[in-house]
Design a protein around this ligand. Structure first.
Ligand SMILES: Cc1ncc(COP(=O)(O)O)c(C=O)c1O
Length: 502
């Protein structure tokens, strides 16, 4: 940065700029405002390189502000490289234009090019096909647990205990795949409640399920490898795996879960939600589980078992995990704390086969570095002291009641004329709409009327989508469910060929 030999002196430029825009007594302090106006003037070249600024005393008089205010602005501009100031030499705008060295005007990209080249093709695909909803609270947003009754006092007590004298290992860069105490608690819990066979070493803790899915894709798949995903299925796996370069292949599901024989091509990865198929709710039959495991073994595929909400089952107990049935180490078990605790916690975990432990531990710390060890310590205490299981039990009862209230409201308005898919489990159900209905239009109109739903057709990537609506009930007060459903029923009647009352 140099000062031209013959700097221009044009205090009027500065005065014009400042007198026009400077507002004394505004919310922004005088110091900050003066600095910002001058900085912007320099960046926009209204105050060109080489311009000599008036003395601080002169400018302070013109603006009617304290001289210190001007001195403060000049000093800050000098410290940040906008102006040069030397005792007795005056203060000059420095030449910091990016094209100065090349002696050519800065290239202005054409608007078309600027927008198309902002993101990569992969980025464009990810963004244009994004699946996450913009609203995550309100009747009947699916996938949201009841968080208002979370035992906050207990959590705070356990948290305070950890923070009272935090161990340095919990606050420094974390090494390894998660806090050993939490992994030990999880191994015990999974063995007894989900039939997962594992040691604590096989557990890898991640920031949410998406980080786990990404790590799986990056460590086990190469760009272009095929990955089977359920159809209809969870949008998140599609987004994460495609952005990691995998070729996701939708494979239809039926009442027994993934139709293994309908899958095409050699799959490197296979994603399933066998305990409660997302979103339709089927429980994968034992025969289908065995077929899937045999297929994975024969073709060298890795099966990812997403066990996202199986704690909430309102009839018979859940089938033990697919992982527990696997004799050949082909299954990666994936679960999240989002549904059993609260989504903002952003903690999930995988149980990986022993053969993958080293790669996943190293991959995790290399890519994400892990973290939140103090929160993990609080969670380990929460489980060890029995609060976790008690919370799940309470929520299961609450969600079972809310599910009944919603089912009752559906029957009241539509009898048995609309199919309901839910597998008696989870935080949501799917209300089928009459064939030919436009579920996107219904969902949009319902949102305008204040009721959130997600259209079932959005969970299909290929083939013929069935129309329907996902309705989350877990976080909606029983007393409010009938009222919200009545609004939705009105919208459905307006938009769909009326179903015959059963
Ligand atoms: C089927 C399924 N799997 C996984 C997840 C992701 O969980 P997380 O909150 O850890 O990202 C969700 C979240 O809604 C889900 O619906």
């Amino acid at each position: 940065m140099t000062t031209p030999a013959q700097p221009a002196s044009a205090p009027s430029l500065l005065s014009d700029l400042l007198l026009l825009q400077f507002r004394r007594g505004d919310n922004e302090s005088n110091n900050q405002q003066l600095y910002r106006l001058m900085r912007d003037g320099i960046l926009q070249e209204i105050l060109p390189p080489g311009l000599r600024l008036p003395s601080s005393r002169q400018l302070a008089d013109e603006l009617g502000v304290a001289r210190n205010t001007v001195l403060h602005a000049y000093e800050r501009l000098a410290a940040e490289g906008y102006v040069s100031a030397g005792v007795g030499r005056g203060t000059f705008v420095l030449d910091t234009r990016p094209d100065r060295l090349h002696g050519q005007p800065a290239a202005t990209p054409s608007p078309a090019r600027a927008t198309t080249s902002l993101v990569s093709r992969r980025g464009h695909e990810l963004v244009s096909q994004a699946g996450a909803g913009q609203r995550q609270w309100g009747a009947f947003m699916p996938g949201v647990p009841e968080i208002r009754t979370f035992p906050a006092r207990t959590w705070m007590r356990l948290q305070n205990r950890q923070w009272r004298k935090p161990q340095p290992e919990l606050l420094t860069y974390s090494v390894g795949p998660g806090l050993p105490a939490l992994r030990q608690q999880l191994a015990d819990y999974l063995r007894s409640s989900r039939g997962v066979r594992c040691t604590p070493e096989q557990i890898i803790i991640t920031n949410g399920a998406h980080a786990a899915l990404q790590l799986i894709a990056l460590l086990l798949g190469d760009p272009g490898d095929k990955a089977w995903v359920e159809e209809p299925g969870y949008w998140g796996v599609h987004s994460v795996w495609r952005s990691a370069g995998l070729d996701t292949v939708p494979v239809p599901v039926d009442d027994e879960g993934l139709q293994v024989d309908a899958g095409s091509g050699e799959a490197r990865l296979i994603f399933v939600s066998p305990s409660h198929q997302y979103p339709l709710g089927a429980v994968m039959s034992l025969a289908r589980r065995r077929r899937l495991l045999a297929h994975a073994r024969r073709h060298g595929s890795w099966v990812v078992e997403d066990d996202y909400d199986s704690e909430f089952r309102y009839g018979r107990p859940p089938l033990p995990s697919l992982q527990g049935l696997d004799q050949h180490g082909r299954v990666i078990y994936l679960a999240t704390f989002s549904k059993v605790m609260y989504p903002g916690l952003r903690l999930a975990y995988m149980v990986v086969p022993e053969s993958l432990v080293h790669s996943f531990q190293t991959g995790l710390s290399e890519l994400y570095r892990g973290g939140q060890y103090l929160t993990q310590a609080v969670l380990a205490d929460f489980i060890a002291e029995g609060h976790f299981v008690a919370h799940i039990r309470r929520m299961r009862q609450l969600y079972a009641q809310r599910r009944q209230v919603l089912l009752h409201a559906i029957r009241l308005h539509f009898g048995d004329s609309l199919p309901i898919h839910d597998g008696s489990a989870g935080l949501h159900l799917v209300l089928g709409l009459p064939p030919g209905s436009d579920d996107l239009a219904v969902s949009h109109a319902a949102q305008q009327a204040g009721v959130l739903t997600r259209p079932l057709s959005q969970y299909y990537r290929a083939g013929q989508p069935q129309p329907g609506l996902l309705l989350g009930y877990a976080h909606v007060d029983e007393a409010d469910i009938p009222r919200h459903f009545a609004v939705l029923a009105g919208v459905i009647r307006q938009h769909c060929v009326p179903p015959a009352q059963g």
